[in-house]
Design a binder for this molecule. Structure first.
Ligand code: ADP
Length: 472
């Protein structure tokens, strides 16, 4: 473990989570726009369909009513013709009135065509009216010839003047009525085609539209969930930051207060050389503690961000355990350290310094959290493909619900017993990171008031991976 602190490395934007959040905002905006776009398209499609249907129905109705006017005109022509014949056979006042009424009915029908029809209809109406005028004049002359008793003249007028004019008028109206009937049929066919198109196309269009809406809604829901997750992470980070600030300020202040106090005494008081040495030793101890704290923080940060790599070298775990225990024995009179090392253990491939850090942190905790003393046992045991290291103490123990949480950063268990014990909440997270980088796993079992056992399982022959694994 290095004593001096290293410069912290600034996290990149990607590490700080900026890019994913921006990307998610872009996705949300795009999905919302897409959603609005699909709704507008569906609405436009419906309005277009309804408008097209409506205009085609109006056109068909118009053609139909025009055709009806022509049909009325044809009926009126026939009626006028037969009323003239009836009057010639019986020139009574009654027949005269019927003849006039038939003439007015025809004029009304022709006027209706002129008013409701287009340019061609009005042209035709004008032409029919002028032919009709000639027909009326011929009929009048015909009636006069009949009245004065000149059948030869009457016959001549009928054949030469009245009949051709009547036939011309009638054929004009017949042809136009036929054209109108065809136009009305075509207009209704168009209405039918549009109705069929709407019936077949609109379910497809709406199906595609609703599928798009559903897809976009799912995207929005996912980004909403991602946003909620981000907020949750931010809240958690904020909580961690507060914990970090309070723990770090407390842990930094304690050694700093010692350094400040001892150095002031050395400056202001007349101390003997042995006293000076003693205070300098205390200052050195506090300074080393500060350095260790900073190193731990930076180590954990580098491991968690994947910026730390491990050495791959042959490692004798039994030797590491024995040497670490020997170091601790020098200052742990109340805690006899007992070893039970499996001699069948072959060498692992690993990073000796980091594995020493694992054993040191676990052994240091076993001693720290057994304030009333008690033996600490270190055991190694070889299994088929793994080796398991256990560190057992007989201290205060850990409540079951905290057995996972203690491996989280800065998670110190606050009890009356632990309050007096110095710590940063970084020892176990570092242990877990190193063990995971060695493709192993670590866990704890414990009984409150009776002690704890920390288990570290490492693969025997496998080379140590360079990044944290999902194990443990
Ligand atoms: P600390 O610097 O606080 O010791 P650690 O990450 O090493 O940080 O441990 C986290 C917490 O887990 C400790 O604050 C302590 O409450 C609990 N803990 C760790 N080891 C033991 C143990 N052997 N016995 C009881 N409690 C322990």
């Amino acid at each position: 473990m290095a004593d001096g602190p290293t410069e912290p490395e600034t996290p990149t934007e990607a590490e700080a989570g900026q890019v994913p959040r921006e990307a998610s905002a872009v996705v949300t905006r795009a999905a919302s726009l897409g959603l609005a776009g699909v709704v507008v398209c569906l609405a436009a499609f419906s309005i277009f369909g309804a408008y097209r249907m409506q205009t085609q129905i109006a056109r068909a109705q118009h053609e139909e009513s025009l055709h009806a006017s022509y049909a009325r005109a044809i009926i009126a022509i026939r009626a006028e013709d037969s009323s003239v014949v009836e009057y010639l056979l019986d020139p009574s006042l009654e027949n005269r009135t019927a003849m006039d009424q038939a003439t007015y009915a025809l004029i009304d029908a022709i006027n209706a065509i002129e008013v409701h029809g287009g340019d061609a209809d009005s042209q035709l109406a004008k032409s029919v009216m002028s032919v009709h005028d000639r027909y009326v004049a011929a009929s009048t002359r015909l009636v006069a010839a009949v009245v004065i008793g000149d059948p030869a003249e009457a016959r001549r007028i009928e054949l030469i003047d009245a009949k051709p004019v009547f036939d011309a008028m009638r054929s004009q109206i017949d042809a136009a009525a036929e054209a109108r009937a065809a136009a009305a049929l075509a207009a209704f066919a168009e209405v039918q085609a549009t109705a069929r198109w709407l019936l077949i196309e609109s379910p497809v269009v709406f199906l595609i539209g609703f599928s798009l809406l559903f897809g976009l809604w799912r995207i929005l829901e996912q980004s909403h969930r991602a946003a909620r997750e981000t907020y949750r992470e931010i809240a958690q980070l904020s909580k961690l930051r507060s914990e970090f600030v309070s723990i770090v300020s407390h842990e930094f202040r304690t050694p700093l207060t010692g350094i400040q106090g001892f150095s002031e005494m050395m400056r202001d008081e007349n101390l003997t050389i042995p006293e000076m040495r003693e205070y300098a030793g205390d200052i050195n101890k506090d300074a080393r503690r500060l350095a260790r704290l900073i190193t731990d923080m930076l180590d954990l940060d580098r491991m968690e961000s994947g910026r730390m790599t491990l050495n791959s070298e042959p490692v004798d775990l039994n030797r590491i355990v024995a040497e670490t225990a020997a170091q601790f024995r020098l200052n742990a009179a109340d805690h006899p350290i007992e070893l039970e090392l499996d001699t069948r253990l072959r060498e692992l491939v690993g990073d000796a310094d980091r594995l020493t850090q694992v054993v040191t942190n676990l052994l240091s905790n076993a001693i720290k959290y057994s304030p009333t003393g008690g033996a600490v046992e270190l055991r190694t045991e070889r299994a088929e493909k793994t080796v398991v290291l256990t560190v057992t103490d007989h201290g205060m123990g850990i409540a079951e619900e905290h057995l996972e949480k203690i491996f989280d950063r800065y998670s110190r268990l606050e009890t009356t017993e632990t309050r007096a014990i110095q710590g940063t909440g970084l020892g176990l997270p570092i242990v877990r990171q190193i063990v995971q980088m060695c493709s192993g796993r670590v866990w704890a079992t414990s009984e409150t008031g009776r002690g704890s056992v920390f288990h570290v399982e490492l693969p025997l022959m496998e080379a140590i991976s360079q990044g944290p694994s999902a194990a443990a």
